[in-house]
Design a protein around this ligand. Structure first.
Ligand code: 9YT
Length: 132
């Protein structure tokens, strides 16, 4: 069994920070669960273009207000209790109108250090790539 508290992961290599968000990765590929499980804090008044072409992601909002815009311009409000699932590797824009706290699940599991490239894509890494 794996039991961890997020506070013990803050400031370690399991916390990945970018300009618009901070992701603390509670469960990763080497935990062998078939998915990774993260808490993502979105910084207020940010807009992030994302395209997980190598991954599926489900995102559950537990704090804050924002919106997700699909590639065709359709917008959906996000409030606590909203889940979205990028079941078609959907390109999207994520806007945070306040600080937002999201619970995110990735399949395949992230290895650890993944962060967005210019297209908002995460590379498909294996454990061997962990220190890239
Ligand atoms: C909601 C979202 O995709 N934000 C970017 C960070 C990502 N959730 C992660 O790596 O935890």
């Amino acid at each position: 069994m794996i039991v961890r508290n997020i506070e013990s992961l803050r400031g370690t290599e399991r916390q990945v920070d970018s300009k618009n968000w901070s992701s603390t990765r509670l469960i990763l590929n080497d935990d062998n669960m078939g998915f990774s499980f993260h808490e993502t804090i979105l910084h207020p008044d940010t807009e992030t273009k994302i395209w997980y072409k190598n991954h599926l992601e489900a995102v559950y909002c537990i704090e804050g207000i924002g919106e997700i815009e699909e590639d065709d311009g359709t917008k959906h409000k996000i409030t606590p209790g909203t889940v979205y699932a990028l079941n078609k590797h959907d390109k999207h824009i994520l806007r945070a109108f306040s600080k937002m706290r999201m619970i995110c699940v990735f399949n395949p599991a992230l290895v650890g250090p993944e962060t967005h490239d210019q297209e908002g894509v995460y590379p498909l890494l294996t454990t061997r790539d962990k220190n890239v």
